[in-house]
Design a protein around this ligand. Sequence first.
Ligand code: TYD
Ligand code: MG
Length: 453
Amino acid sequence: MPQKLKTSYVCSECGYSSPKWSGQCPGCRAWNTMNEEIVEATKKIASVLKPLKNAQVLSVSDISTEDEIRYDTGIGELNRVLGGGLVKGSVVLLSGDPGIGKSTILMQACGSLCKNKKVLYVSGEESAKQLKLRADRLGVDSDDLLVMTETDVETVAEYIRQQKPDIVMIDSIQTMNHSDIQSSSGSVTQVRECTNILLRVGKSLEIPIIIVGHVNKDGAIAGPKVMEHIVDAVLYFEGERNYSYRILRAVKNRFGSTNEIGVFEMSDNGLNEVENPSAALLSERNVNISGNCIACVMEGSRPILAEVQSLVSASGYGNARRMSTGFDLNRLNLILAVLEKRLGFKFSAADTYLNIVGGLKIDEPAADLSVALALISGIVDKPVPEDTVAIGEIGLSGEVRSVSRISSRISEAARLGFKKCIVPKSSLQNLKGDYGIAIVGVRHIREAEANVF
Ligand code: TYD
Ligand code: MG
């Protein structure tokens, strides 16, 4: 009789392992992510994970600190997020929802990297023909761009060892497979082991590797979380699929700051860099309509102006409906409660909808004041003047509190031609010089309301 394989249940989000199935992962509290996986015999894993034989110990003062070598990817926004280019020998995880544009940006980067470097593009998802079609569409063509359609990670590693390309792209880690591991491709064990093998090859030969990792919601394949801690940098590609804007964000970077973001727009011939995101986001704006207000939020170290839209209509039911897109619903409820209690607006009898234009997600309290003004504008049915920007956090008693980097926010508003900026009074002391815009300091939401309407 064949021996029964030992299995355990592993969370595809965080890698938590338990001998028993449960609907909710005890580790990260995600639902429906515990999948049965075969437990590999410890001996086998030990042979896969070869221990370091000659441990090298250096005095910290003896380690040379030559500048790291960075490769220019040809995409300014990608270079910026990587901290100034792709570092030689680094392993970067590029993750995002399926269809967001990961393969597209990689192929575009290949297009300029292969001008003076040998680039290997390993795809386990698409056929060579499909890759060629995409390359044609993006105008990429070179003898130095090698395409490999392979899913066996050892074959890939061996090829890298022998041919020593300058840069390697792996699309995607969930399709890679190690033949010694019995679980299916995309399982936590496979993803972890394949990443480890690629990492070892990359590090030993100083070849930078960009690995694509899909984020998936239903939990059947392992998410990028299970390998975030092993790689040098983690980039997230975000955006609503129905909108053309995409934001590339570094959530971890051993070679640069995690404050940078890159903004792109998906077009017919690939991703275009958006150098002026505020102008792009405001381009379709309708002026003189009640319920709207402009906010200035920081995306990393960049200020971005975004339009907050609200719709307040009489509620037909017993309890009011509240909906929010791009802004935290709990925060919206809090601001509504403050407006009701401190200023006496009857939001409890109204349905309230809030939307941030362009698919942008705002999670900064500095947007509170503009959300509050958009809501007041919606309920009193009077537009906020089109040339006004509001910046500030709102406290529970309705006070307007100071926010960080006020000066760069105001400069951005001035640069885009706005005439008035409402800011927390306490932030005024940090401002020096003339910004070319009227700056109004307010202490309480009541003062902001009186100033605007
Ligand atoms: P893709 O890079 O394949 O996504 P991922 O690798 O993250 O799964 O791109 C997905 C979408 O982008 C796809 O729906 C088609 C669209 N697209 C364009 O709009 N223009 C283009 O030039 C390309 C190549 C793709
Ligand atoms: Mg893809």
